[in-house]
Write a protein that binds this ligand. Structure first.
Ligand code: TYM
Length: 327
């Protein structure tokens, strides 16, 4: 039996090359060696307000992005979270057994997202890591490949599993997160101290996977750079050029030390022009695959995926309901 992977992306905002580099491209590389479940986590997206027509479209969009990126249905199952009711059921049980308010109060993503409005945001936004724990633990997941910002949430899933197992006997596998050595945190093009985010209000801060190619090239040319002019990799002292080097390496398939060597004595202008071409080439291929997919076939894929995972989820839930005493 191969070990298993679970991961997912929220169908909200415009998926960026950050999502691709940090998460989805890792899944593609790993999928042959694992049993993989990749979910479109729509019940996570509604933790902040969504337009319902827009949400329906985004669910199909994210599914197509998984496929265009190279998720292979011979190795992996793609499914929509809300089609499998066990996720929310298990999240409720973890709300009662395993998750504590003190844990959730520590979540940096909640603090960032809620900002000064901590009292007025939805309870869902606060509780979201518990739903994420349910996603992961429901399927005896071994590995959770994610970007760096999700590591804290995977830690919480581990804590919840341990506490539940202590109380009720061995019920859940303890999962592990896996993050890239380079590219686990792609930064904003306008502020290299901030994560590149698909929900950023300023679209010049990110390259979306479905961006117009010419617009994407302009965004690279406009990306902020550090003071100084050398092409060197030093995330602390030169965060902007280091971020651009990371993007170049990940999308262009040339390692950072090699790039630094190749650009010795050359300026930011030339580097950015070449990077803009690398990004354009990547997006062109990606979008060709994306636009070849129809809504109809994608809907079928999601339905088939839900059917497959439902069985696994039902078995685990039967066990869980029994040990807690509701059956
Ligand atoms: P989400 O939708 O915010 O992001 C999806 C994935 O993309 C990664 N990511 C990045 N990686 C590198 N650089 C960036 N700038 C960047 N921005 C985003 C994220 O780390 C993530 O891996 N809660 C999750 C979704 C989720 C999930 C799960 C993940 C729900 N249940 C179970 C794994 C397992 C989220 O909101 O990701």
């Amino acid at each position: 039996m191969k070990p298993s992977i679970f991961s997912g992306v929220q169908p909200s905002g415009n998926l960026t090359i950050g999502n691709y580099i940090g998460a989805i491209s890792q899944w593609v590389e790993m999928q042959k060696d694992y049993n993989c479940l990749f979910s479109v986590v729509d019940y996570h997206a509604i933790t902040v307000k969504q337009n319902s027509d827009e949400l329906r479209k985004k669910i199909l969009e994210v599914t197509k992005i998984y496929l265009a990126a190279g998720i292979d249905l011979n190795n992996s199952i793609i499914f929509q979270q809300s089609m499998v009711a066990a996720h929310t059921e298990l999240a409720w049980i973890f709300n009662c057994y395993g998750a504590r308010i003190a844990d959730l109060n520590k979540m940096t993503q909640f603090k960032d997202k809620a900002g000064k409005n901590q009292e007025s945001v939805s309870i869902g936004l606060y509780d979201y890591p518990v739903l994420m724990a349910a996603d992961i633990l429901l399927y005896d997941t071994d590995i959770v490949p994610v970007g760096e910002d999700q590591q804290q949430h995977v830690e919480l899933a581990r804590d919840i599993a341990r506490r539940f197992n202590n109380e009720f006997g061995n019920t859940f596998k303890i999962p592990q997160s896996v993050i890239r050595k380079e590219g686990a945190r792609i930064m904003s093009l306008l502020d290299p101290t901030k994560k590149m985010s698909k929900s950023d209000e300023n679209s010049n801060s990110y390259i979306a996977l479905l961006d117009d190619i010419e617009a994407a090239k302009k965004k690279i040319m406009r990306a902020v750079t550090d003071s100084g002019s050398e092409i060197i990799y030093d995330p602390k002292e030169r965060p902007a050029i280091s971020n651009l080097l990371t993007i170049y390496a990940q999308l262009g398939g040339r390692q950072i030390p090699r790039l630094v060597k190749d650009y010795t004595g050359k300026g930011y202008g030339e580097f950015k022009k070449d990077l803009a071409e690398v990004v354009a080439k990547f997006l062109t291929g990606f979008q060709k695959r994306y636009y070849a997919l129809s809504d109809k076939e994608v809907n079928k894929i999601l339905e088939a995926g839900a059917k497959k995972v439902e069985k696994m989820a039902a078995e685990k839930m039967e066990k869980v309901r029994k040990v807690i005493g509701v059956r």
